[in-house]
Design a protein around this ligand. Structure first.
Ligand code: AMP
Ligand code: GLY
Length: 431
């Protein structure tokens, strides 16, 4: 088969690596790709939002399957454009990707179908939001309705902070049109877990759990980022939690979307908070997580092309997903200064040490080729993933591997997987 991947980050590198494991993959293309993806795929210079150009490329090169990794093109309707031209594509249509594209939509859906989530109100008028906040309990959470690169969520400890937040989101439009509508949400506490799942419109098959570290600094300090590291599985995601989520969150979400005439095919990413009152949905994404994919896919045994095809054909009920009984940790190597300002273009050395190193992967997020050198080209530069028999071993291996690579302004968190020790102390560490 000939496969086209749309995207250019660490997630797409992990998807390309996993597709390349399949005996069915004869030729892989990636648009636009990056310097690491080149190892598995021919990179094509078309941007992810250039739907017509991508569809023309898919036709010209007789692509059998296109896999869309990123949120922007999915929410923008790339799947509809491909389907209208008779092209086979993995991902939700525009009317289903709204699950990620509008937080007000997803909150209303959860309320209508009794899916556990934080209490909320939505506003399209800044004054009405301010009036509401004057009577609210703090801390409280403000969320820009639309896509905002993971930065449209503000946790406000005081009324003053919330007033400044409303100005930022709704008046000054810091996140553009994403702030035309705003959700104000109850602040939840607990452990966060990410569960990615394959969906074929009616059947859902959850993958193994993972946990991200969103803040830039050690000890969860500093600004929110796209994700500084992940581990999988989460020791807090017990069988009991899984059973609850399958019954009250996963299948009900798929059924709700179908009942609304928005059947979802693709990956639903459930961002969950395990609260004292049980698991609740923090957010939905309509795609693989980044860097969740970098720990989940290396543990997946099932041929991913078979799963993509089952999702498109609506036959996911006939297959079970299989994962290795091991663990994985991913440490993101970023450019110092991310997510605010940072320099790029520095040569990266040590990448060759990953060749033939079993159970270790270096997924490129922001890299570029400059002559025969690979250089830094983004805030998040690389994701170094290592497997281990258990989480502690995987973490040790990942930090050892992270030391193999160097570039001038290399920055990373030193405490990825600290929850592993907290789980151990709480007697919850079983692997
Ligand atoms: P989101 O983009 O919705 O995942 O939000 C980004 C991050 O903000 C989440 O990963 C949580 O850490 C935090 N967050 C979002 N909603 C809430 C909430 N209702 N209560 C507490 N923290 C939240
Ligand atoms: N790692 C969080 C996300 O992909 O949205």
């Amino acid at each position: 088969m000939k496969i086209l991947i749309v995207g250019s980050g660490g997630r797409e590198h992990a998807i390309a690596w996993k597709i390349a494991q399949s005996p069915k993959a004869d030729k892989i293309y990636c648009a636009p790709g990056n310097a690491g993806i080149e190892e598995y795929a021919e990179c094509v210079d078309i941007k992810a939002m250039e739907f017509e150009k991508l569809a023309a490329f898919a036709k010209e090169h007789e692509i059998d399957l296109t896999v869309v990794g990123m949120d922007d093109p999915l929410v923008g309707g790339i799947v509809d454009v491909f389907e209208a031209q008779g092209l086979r594509v993995f991902g939700p249509r525009r009317n289903a990707a709204i699950l990620e594209g509008s937080k007000a939509f997803s909150k209303d859906l959860m309320k209508k179908y009794h899916i556990p989530t934080a209490a909320y109100e939505s506003f399209t008028d800044a004054q009405a939001a301010l009036d509401y906040l004057r009577t609210a309990k703090f801390p409280i959470v403000l969320k820009a309705d639309g896509l905002a690169l993971g930065k449209g969520v503000l946790i406000c400890g005081t009324l003053g902070e919330a007033e400044a937040g409303v100005r930022e989101i709704m008046t000054d439009k810091k996140f553009g049109d994403a702030g035309n509508c705003m959700v104000v949400e109850e602040f939840l506490t607990g452990r966060e877990v990410s569960v990615l799942s394959f969906v074929d419109g009616k059947t859902i098959r959850p993958m193994t759990s993972a946990q991200d570290h969103k803040r830039a600094g050690d000890g969860d300090t500093g600004l929110n980022t796209g994700g500084m590291g992940t581990f999988s599985p989460s020791p807090f995601y017990t069988e009991e939690v899984d059973a609850f989520c399958r019954k009250y969150i996963y299948q009900p979400t798929v059924d709700a979307m179908a009942a609304e005439g928005r059947a979802f095919k693709g990956v639903i990413f459930f961002g969950l908070m395990l609260t004292a009152d049980g698991p609740k949905v923090l957010e939905y994404n309509a795609r693989f997580g980044d860097p969740e994919a970098q720990v989940v896919l290396p543990r997946m045994k099932t041929d991913i092309i078979d799963v993509f095809e089952a999702c498109i054909d609506g036959t996911l009920d006939r297959m079970e997903l299989q994962f290795e009984d091991n663990a994985a940790v991913c440490v993101v190597l970023a450019s110092d200064g991310y997510p605010v300002s940072y320099r790029k273009g520095y040569p990266i050395s040590g990448l060759e040490s990953f060749r033939g190193r079993d159970g270790c992967y270096v997924f490129h997020a922001g890299t570029a080729r400059n002559g025969d050198r690979i250089v830094t080209n983004g805030g998040r530069v690389l994701g170094v993933t290592a497997l281990g028999a258990d989480l502690k071993e995987a973490r040790k291996n990942a930090y050892e591997a992270a030391g193999l690579v160097s570039f001038e302004n290399k920055y990373f968190r030193h405490d990825i997987g600290k929850a592993i020790d907290e789980a151990d102390a709480a007697g919850k560490y079983s692997k």
